[in-house]
Ligand binder design. Structure first.
Ligand code: 3H9
Length: 695
């Protein structure tokens, strides 16, 4: 065994040289990996006793891509292109043996090899688009030559990996192997030598490109099919252009075009935001005083209290992860209705082909409905999702405290109530935690894990771990009104209401946010969620909202009643501006003595987003969020903040905190509204010329 660099070893198995990459945790293509592959290969080439080369990886995965931490820094030789050219040009067969995930630059390494084999569970993908990039080491030129243009477009633009069976079917790998991967790689190489197989260079394949040459409609149709989900992103269109170049240009020129497009993207604000977000998401898993090795409780059985929309969605999350879950409801009728909705949801997914009928039954089989509270006795975790009223919640917690086993985690899905007060209804506040799911709970990825004053580290660690297990992105936050997400959202909503009184139309306000990149604006959102919910909460708190209250008084609760801030045609969700609502707004403005005016789009954007940023600053100073990037993760996963703008705190840094602070002071002077008083942290950072993210 020869050590080539700190991360690459060269070994001989008979006449096959094995290059093993060991660069934990994910074998990223750091400089020493590139150098190790280059120098190791050179040694294998000069060694007359070597007939073929196998590239494998140690640890949990094949190479998962370029080393993202090197991006934005001066490049260090050798570049990946140089290494790949050397692999492809190697006069002896080179075989990639893949386990785990071959992603990005990792898959590009395999595409430069002459043969590829994979373990059964291996996955293959080019996820660069998720970082706002495109595969920049030949992936856009080689992949379509192997799997065909349509499949390549789909893989490169979605960024989603495919499994080994799919890869085999599309010619991306030559064989699926079982058992020891290195041995299988060596055996494959031996066979290639024995059969004197020609060196198969992907760059020389043309058939699959020729199939679409002169058929521009393939690209037109593809662009049309992804237009909706790629709106606002820069990288997807560049990915398509690069694949077009593969079809229209010779290989070397195609590579050049890919390089240009890659460099453009690398410098783009969208990619910078998406790369920031990649690490932000991973940081969110870390809680400084609850280290990764904090013992978490093993969850074998869960219970959900309440079979409403939220309770049903939460139960689905557990069932989807294979965890048996008991759903408790007070009345049989409500229980049956709730479980009926769950079944309908699963069947709708199956109808789209994303679940088999058998999956539906397996998942339904994991969900047990009951009206007997005692059924929670053996649950390892209980998630309460009953009516949002403190006395009811406290009553429920006192009840489960008496029934649940001593080490169970008791979670509340409250979105507005004080978790500490709820915990005080039990004799074990250390076991109580908030698990705030977002609607629809089976779809939205965000989970705010609300750490109460007395929540134990084990309780918090368990909530975070189970959150990940049920495929959520858990973010730990502290207790305050609305926690992080809704607290910031509330300010945006308040300002939206003021803007329409001052003269902006609901559809203008919504459009500004949609143009910014949100899937919808606050008014369309309200209509979708149901305006009666907020109305009920306002009434409970003795609060008023001139326009929203009037709309609700007319029985306009949103889409479900055919009208809210907009009107809707039967069976159609398209919001249509409604003169009746405009009249309500004008009347309310007149009653309040407001002179209506044209409100420019730029002002709308500032007035909607700056108060959120300001609230984010307060949240940070109060230590409700651990770090600025956690707030960004919450907004991207919970509220549709466009990931290519990083999140509100990252975005604020780009705008410049001084710009935001000064504009807020201007708005305060003009309106006299204290909302525009800059938070002390924002003010300090602005004065110091710093930002939230690097603060
Ligand atoms: C590319 O390849 C460009 C080329 O086309 C062209 C070049 C010229 N680099 O996610 P995890 C860290 S672009 C550096 O929690 P999992 C990660 O930050 C790249 N670090 O594990 C974390 O650190 P920490 C295309 C990386 O098991 C730790 O590894 N490739 C990289 O849940 C564990 O990560 C991608 O976009 C990296 N490439 O998931 C793949 N990847 O522990 C990106 C991870 O300190 N990676 N880290 O927080 C992934 O999708 C997942 O990490 C993977 C494992 C699925 C591999």
């Amino acid at each position: 065994m020869t050590t080539i660099t700190q991360s690459v070893q060269l070994d001989r198995r008979g006449r096959v040289a094995v290059l093993t990459v060991t660069n934990p945790p994910v074998n990223a293509l750091s400089q020493h990996v590139r150098q190790g592959l280059r120098d190791g290969l050179a040694q294998a080439v000069t060694d007359a006793g070597v007939g073929a080369v196998v590239i494998v990886c140690a640890g949990r995965t094949f190479i998962a891509g370029a080393d993202i931490t090197e991006f934005g820094k001066p490049p260090k030789a050798p570049g990946l292109h140089e290494v790949l050219e050397q692999i492809e040009g190697c006069p002896k067969p080179v075989v990639a043996a893949v386990h785990g995930t071959a992603l990005g630059g990792g898959l590009e390494v395999t595409l430069a090899c002459h043969y590829r084999i994979g373990a059964k569970a291996a996955r293959f993908g080019l996820p660069e688009v998720k970082l706002g990039l495109l595969p920049g080491a030949g992936g856009t030129q080689r992949l379509p030559r192997v799997v065909g243009v349509e499949k390549a477009l789909q893989m490169i633009v979605s960024g989603d990996p495919i499994g080994a069976a799919d890869a085999l079917q599309h010619g991306l790998i030559d064989e699926i192997v079982e058992g020891d991967l290195t041995a299988a790689g060596v055996a494959f190489a031996e066979r290639a030598l024995a059969e004197r197989r020609p060196l198969r260079k992907i760059r020389d394949l043309h058939d699959k490109l020729a199939a679409v040459r002169g058929k521009p409609e393939v690209f037109v149709e593809f662009r049309r099919s992804v237009a909706r989900q790629t709106r606002g992103f820069r990288a997807p269109e560049s990915c398509v252009k690069a694949v077009e170049a593969a079809v229209s240009l010779p290989f070397a020129e195609g590579l050049k075009r890919e390089r240009e497009l890659f460099m453009e993207l690398m410098a783009s604000p969208e990619s910078k935001a998406q790369r920031y977000f990649f690490f932000a998401e991973r940081e969110a898993a870390k809680i400084p005083d609850v280290p990764a090795d904090t013992p978490a409780k093993e969850i074998r059985k869960a219970a959900v209290l309440g079979a409403g929309t939220m309770g049903g969605g939460i139960a689905m999350n557990f069932a989807n992860a294979g965890i048996p879950v008991t759903v408790v409801e007070v009345a049989r009728e409500a229980l049956d209705r709730g479980l009926g909705v769950v079944r309908k949801n699963y069947e709708a997914t199956a109808a789209k082909g994303r679940l088999t009928p058998r999956d539906v039954e397996t998942r339904m089989g994991l969900i047990t409905g009951t009206t007997d509270f005692n059924a929670v006795a053996d649950a390892d975790i209980v998630v309460e999702a009953v009516f949002e009223e403190m006395p009811i919640k406290k009553d429920v917690f006192a009840k489960i405290d008496a029934i649940c086993k001593a080490d169970a985690v008791l979670a509340t899905n409250t979105s507005t109530l004080d978790v500490n007060e709820i915990a005080s209804a039990t004799k074990r506040p250390e076991s109580v935690v908030g698990m705030h799911f977002f609607s629809p709970a089976n779809v939205m990825r965000l989970l705010e894990v609300v750490r109460g004053a007395k929540s134990s580290k084990t309780t918090v660690a368990t909530a975070m771990a189970v959150g990940r297990r049920i495929a959520k992105v858990p973010v730990c936050v502290g207790v305050c009104d609305g926690f992080v997400g809704n607290r910031m959202l509330h300010l945006r909503g308040r300002e939206a209401e003021k803007l329409i009184l001052e003269g902006a139309a609901p559809h203008q306000v919504d459009k500004v946010l949609v143009d910014f990149g949100f899937p919808m604006g606050p008014f369309a959102m309200g209509d979708l969620a149901g305006l009666d919910v907020g109305w009920r909460i306002r009434k409970g708190k003795g609060l008023k909202s001139a326009v929203a209250d009037r709309i609700c008084e007319l029985g306009r609760f949103g889409q479900k009643t055919g009208g809210g801030y907009y009107r809707y045609e039967k069976g159609d969700r398209t919001p249509i501006p409604d003169p009746e609502v405009e009249k309500i707004i004008v009347d309310a403005a007149t009653a309040q003595g407001i002179t209506r005016r044209h409100v420019p789009d730029e002002e709308i954007l500032q007035r909607l987003l700056y108060p959120m940023v300001n609230e984010g600053a307060k949240i940070l100073e109060e230590k409700i969020a651990i770090r600025a990037s956690d707030i960004d993760v919450i907004w991207v996963y919970g509220y549709g903040w466009p990931v290519y703008r990083g999140g509100p705190m990252f975005w604020a840094d780009r705008v410049g905190l001084r710009t935001i602070r000064d504009r807020m002071l201007e708005l305060r002077r003009a309106s006299g509204d204290d909302l525009w008083t800059p938070a002390p942290l924002l003010d300090r950072l602005a004065t110091a010329g710093r930002g939230f993210v690097e603060a």
